[in-house]
Design a protein around this ligand. Sequence first.
Ligand code: XIL
Length: 320
Amino acid sequence: DFYIGTAVAGGGHHEEQNYPDPFTSDHKYRKKLARQFNSVSPENQMKWEYIHPERGEYNFEMADRIVDFAERNGQVVRGHTLMWHSQNPAWLEEGDFSDSELRAILRDHITTVVGRYKGRIQQWDVTNEIFDSEGNLRTEENIWLRELGPGIIADSFRWAHQADPHAELYLNDYGVESINAKSDAYYQLAKDLLADDVPLHGFSTQAHLSLNYGFPGDLEENLRRFDELGLGTAITEMDVRMDLPESGEPTEAQLEKQADYYRQGLSACLDVEGCDSFTIWGFTDKYSWVPVFFEGQGSATVMTGDYTRKPSFFALHEEL
Ligand code: XIL
């Protein structure tokens, strides 16, 4: 009943993440993916722009492949994600739809995607990143919140629940490791949704951390307050990036510090009763999103690009 997961790379990643499909081109990747984890999360393959590239047209190929792989290897799947401001297809963002059309589009998407994998997804990130750092809903960037208002959050959960009554439905975001304005906003939202009998089952924090900031020491305390609401909690996308020296290679001291962050992240989840899913955002630097999205930074995962295990890999094993 405890899940150690990783994001599965390939399909819909940023064009500057210039690598061939690891699933077909990298047998070592597949074997390690099969052996080291009992949960997998499609890194991009279930996002709107990838799975729903044209209006009314779905592309399930890569998502199917991951779900099939997981089943063959006795793994569970975290579905990611149904309602987000980012990685949406142009037809949606640039389309000219009435409110009722948009509602129908979202409902159809959630019903179709969640329904396709009914009974095969352990947890769904129903909403992703709906609050900004001040704890305000992203009503400008998020097409659904902008056009349809905050009530669409509860609707999304209800539609997902109808499509797969056994999937655990999550609110997911970054920067909510600590108790802060943003996680306070989630705490309030969670209470409101539960009071309205919305099928909300969990709150999860991505945990994209950086050695440039201290480890969020109140992570456990934060998870615990959601746990006390009766919600599941999870860490869904942990990585720990760092400024790379000119050589491009991290120093021993950096790697030790990184190991300590990973250890503390896992430890916080282990210490909270309802936190039973701990996922890292990729397990090798070979396919990590970090160097493309954070200039000058890297080495964020637990293995180097040639699969050498870092101190952080051993730290996770020890902590378990
Ligand atoms: C990232 C992927 O890792 C990249 O390959 C992609 O180009 C952009 O998205 N928060 C999330 C994830 O919820 O979906 C993001 O994944 C990382 C930040």
